[in-house]
Design a protein around this ligand. Structure first.
Ligand code: MG
Ligand code: MG
Ligand code: MG
Length: 307
């Protein structure tokens, strides 16, 4: 039987890793020879989760061969996907993002819901199809929901996510609040990373009207902790702008305790950020965004509109 590779986006976050592992179980349930893989290194949060749950990380790949059958989770945009995707065969997508730059040659399963997390979409499939959710699967899904919704605090969090969270907590045997806080905290430790690594931990590239933008994000318990390294971070961003020919680079530092963000904004099109938020970028290339925690809902659409 032909092997099917399942993966999330580049710079994988917890949802991309955990949901690909859960989707592997789902695909196997339907008789596919499926393997979850990843397109990059684990971040600290995901590392904490897999250690805590005593699970192996999926194998890392950098490209796929022509004709390779793949299932995408937690993304669909070409800029965020695997090298070689255009000549691969996408047989399925399970996602919770806008659809952009996506086309296929053959018909496919495409399941997208505007929920807070891919794992909530997966949870719904397991329920609907009456597939048993074992303890490990519940732990993986719960971890993904905690991560993507910042423990249900993000404006992207829906009733469906809360419902899944409560149900999965029971099956998982975890105390979701305590465990969730620990895993989020593990993700805020950036001390071992270089500035180059920090800006790439969770970076997503978008193209709009021929303009290339990267919006990167890190979580922190204290914005100032990250901003003490602002100069080296800005230097790394400038380097990335010239290497990748970017028009805009926005680096969001998100305070998960007080649910605000402060961003470093660089590039020729940085006035787009001023327009989008009606704010002025200060002399430190920074702008404070009150109440903003979700790139997907509170940053990206606003910027795409003015770019
Ligand atoms: Mg993601
Ligand atoms: Mg996600
Ligand atoms: Mg995310």
């Amino acid at each position: 039987m032909e092997k099917v590779l399942i993966f999330g986006h580049k710079s994988p976050d917890t949802d991309s890793i955990c949901s690909s592992m859960v989707a592997e179980k789902l695909a196997k349930h339907y008789g596919l020879d499926a393997e979850a893989v990843r397109l990059g290194d684990l971040n600290n949060e995901t590392e904490y989760i897999l250690n805590h749950l005593r699970l192996e990380a999926p194998r890392k790949i950098s490209e796929v061969e022509e004709g390779q059958k793949v299932i995408l989770v937690d993304h669909n945009e070409k800029d965020q996907s695997v090298e070689g995707r255009d000549s691969a065969e996408v047989i399925g997508v399970i996602d919770h993002h806008r659809i952009s730059a996506f086309e296929t040659v053959s018909p496919l399963y495409y399941i997208a819901k505007p929920y807070g997390c891919t794992s909530t979409v997966l949870y719904e499939i397991f329920k609907r199809e009456n597939i048993e959710i074992d303890k490990v699967t519940a732990q993986l899904m719960l971890s993904a929901i905690v991560s993507d919704t910042l423990l249900l605090k993000s404006p992207t969090c829906t009733e469906k996510d809360v419902e899944a969270f409560n149900e999965l907590e029971k099956i998982s045997g975890l105390n979701a609040k305590a465990y969730g806080l620990e895993m989020l905290k593990a993700g805020t430790d950036l001390s071992m990373y270089s500035a180059d690594e920090i800006i790439n931990l969770d970076a997503k590239e978008f193209t709009q009207n021929g303009k290339k933008a990267v919006i990167a994000q890190v979580n922190t318990a204290d914005i100032n902790d990250v901003f003490t390294r602002k100069d080296e971070i800005a230097f790394a961003m400038e380097k990335s702008i010239s290497e990748r020919d970017l028009d805009l680079y926005m680096f969001l530092v998100t305070d998960i305790i007080n649910t605000n963000s402060k961003a470093v904004v660089l590039g020729n099109e940085r006035s787009a950020v001023e327009k989008a938020f009606g704010k002025t970028i200060d002399e430190n290339d920074s702008v404070f965004l009150e109440g903003v925690v979700s790139r997907k809902k509170q940053v990206l659409p606003q910027i795409l509109e003015v770019l």
